[in-house]
Design a protein around this ligand. Sequence first.
Ligand SMILES: *Cc1c(COP(=O)(O)O)cnc(C)c1O
Length: 347
Amino acid sequence: MSLPAYVYDLSALRDHVSAIRDAMEGVELYYAAKANPDPELLRVLSPLVDGFEVASAGELAHVRAAVPGRPLALGGPGKTDEELRSEVARIHVESPGELRRLLAMGRPAGILLRANLDLPVEGASLAMGGGATPFGMDPGSIEECLTLLKGQEAVTVHGLHAHLASGLDAPQMLTLAEGVLDYARSLGLTEINLGGGMAVSYAHPDARFDWVTYGRGLRALRRPGETLRVEPGRSISVYCGRYVTRVIDVKRVHGELFAVVAGGTHHLRTPATKGHSQPLVIERPGEPITIVGQLCTPKDVLAAHVPVRLEPGDVVEFLMAGAYAWNISHHDFLMHPHPAFRYTLSR
Ligand SMILES: *Cc1c(COP(=O)(O)O)cnc(C)c1O
């Protein structure tokens, strides 16, 4: 096999999402394409999800080409007029200004208002709401939108959208959901998109988000006539991807061991952006070693001080490389070749 390579286990993806689908019975499941828009993954996901969340005209065209005819929700700050003209099931409106531009177009559209509510998101790895962020609207701006929507029929407000944080576990997500639902009900809105952000642990790849508890909790919270929807990305696709490469050089510098592998964070930027060691398969334990890529920057660290014995020529398999990995990386920095892409589907 040509290395470095991204290797996707499509059977594992299908099994994982089928289990989520079962656990989330009664709740609509959209996949946030920005986590990994690889067409092979989208095609496996398509029959198992209710739709896809896209965050740009580019993603929209890409997802539509890969999985034609599926319901799409268009989110993201800074939508252009061209994007606001998209024919999608839902537009997630981010500001009163955006809504004014949409209304001025005079065309039919179904929207959710994206709320940034002051709800507790302690322990989150990324907070998108609960304070001054460019995402969504505070209650004052939501009221302004509801006023703008009066006396016109082209744009229909179906409900509320809230993607407030990433990295929360199921009980924390349920607490957040309760707050969002209370707020939606106070406005008489019955379709609620609770966003994504379900926790994954790069330190403990086997510790998975508790979808059974989350699904059961959401079914208990839902009132008759309400539609609940979630739009996870990372927690869906992260586990099905591995980044596989080979050791080029092993060296000791001022007492510390380093393994230099082919490729690096220009292929798999996740450890650099999240500040973690990318988990990897350890076959032979050994003295702690730092695994770096080929880039001429000290930030090109894939995993630091890992207790594994490596020699030139050894294959290194990084796990949890199926989300926010290849597609968020700076591919052409230093102009090394791109990795190969392989897909396995055993059943
Ligand atoms: C990024 C994003 C998601 C997906 O988040 P994950 O952490 O990948 O689950 C969902 N909704 C919105 C609005 C987003 O910006």
